[in-house]
Write a protein that binds this ligand. Structure first.
Ligand SMILES: [Zn+2]
Length: 315
């Protein structure tokens, strides 16, 4: 060991850390890993097109379409092979990805069928797919959107290969297969639907069993005047993340609702829980400064109420 160290030259300069700390100045496993393994540049959609509910062989076709890597005639020509190019599905156009998946009459019939269920969307390029998959909806409907796009793309490529090497497939039959596969995946997913007509119609169309979400009972909440000689303090706060910068404020009002005072304050980097406790402590300190003895404190954090009323110590 001594022999090993005798060959290492130690300079007089001060050591400096080589890897970048996280936004809060801490060394985490994530930041250390990023130093050793370059994560590369993310294309922004690499993670969410993969789902454990969809076979990777199906998603792989979508992945290749997005990257322009499917072995279409144009792709082979670009590699230097001089072959005759013709779309086997419509036999009217050269074969390249944009035509095969977005412009070919067969593809257009499939997208027209998808638009029967999702009428506000158009599918003319990769970005249209991505905004469709990312758009709002319950987790279940989001999965269905991803499944429909993935299976449609996969089916168009399958129809092309089948037509080229065996025989043509009827588009109506292809649509039935997409629908059946979507039904299969949708029924294996256990998340609840959103209780609205859109989700209901989508699930009904694909014959997916509906798991309705919990219907919450409305709870009336209103502000009430404090009793005579009492002061009510309403406090609230907000944090930008977890942990992150936090702030809070409060207002003091008397038994007739009259304004007595208010405060607002800013916390350094805190977790939401600590910020919740601080705002209560801060409100009580302000009340003490104002000489108030009979005060109600109202806030929206159930956890804070439990912490201050339970027998256990506040952490
Ligand atoms: Zn075509």
């Amino acid at each position: 060991m001594h022999h090993l160290f005798s060959h290492i030259m130690v300079g007089a300069e001060q050591d400096i850390p080589n890897w970048i700390l996280d936004e809060f100045g801490r060394l985490t496993l994530k930041s250390a890993r990023a130093f050793f393994f370059d994560p590369g540049v993310s294309c922004g959609w690499d993670k969410f097109i993969w789902s454990s509910y969809i076979l990777p062989s199906k998603t792989l076709v979508l992945w290749k379409v997005f990257h322009g890597r499917l072995p279409t005639d144009q792709h082979i020509q670009n590699k230097g092979l001089h072959i005759y190019s013709m779309c086997t599905l419509c036999e009217k156009h050269e074969e390249f990805i944009q035509h095969l998946f977005f412009e070919c009459s067969n593809a257009l019939r499939i997208w027209s069928w998808v638009r029967n269920i999702f009428p506000t969307y158009h599918f003319s390029n990769k970005d249209d797919f991505l905004s469709f998959i990312k758009s709002d909806g319950s987790l279940l409907v989001k999965l269905i959107k991803l499944v429909v796009i993935t299976f449609s793309i996969w089916m168009i490529w399958r129809m092309r290969n089948y037509a080229r090497f065996q025989d043509k497939t009827e588009v109506s039959r292809a649509i039935l297969v997409i629908k059946d596969l979507t039904c299969l995946v949708g029924n294996s997913y256990k998340a609840s639907m959103k209780n609205d007509m859109f989700d209901f119609n989508v699930l009904k169309f694909f014959v997916i069993n509906t798991h309705t979400g919990k219907v919450l009972r409305p709870l009336p909440v209103r502000w009430e005047f404090p009793s005579s000689s009492w002061v009510k303090i309403n406090i609230d706060g907000a944090a930008r993340g977890y942990p992150s910068l936090a702030t809070c404020g409060g207002i003091f009002r008397g038994s007739m609702g009259e304004f007595i005072g208010a405060f607002s304050t800013f916390f350094e980097v805190q977790t939401t829980l600590v910020a919740d406790f601080y705002r209560v402590i801060h409100a009580m300190e302000e009340a003490q400064k104002m000489g108030l003895t009979n005060v109600y404190l109202e806030c929206d954090s159930a956890l804070t109420c439990v912490a201050f009323t339970a027998r256990t110590n506040v952490p």
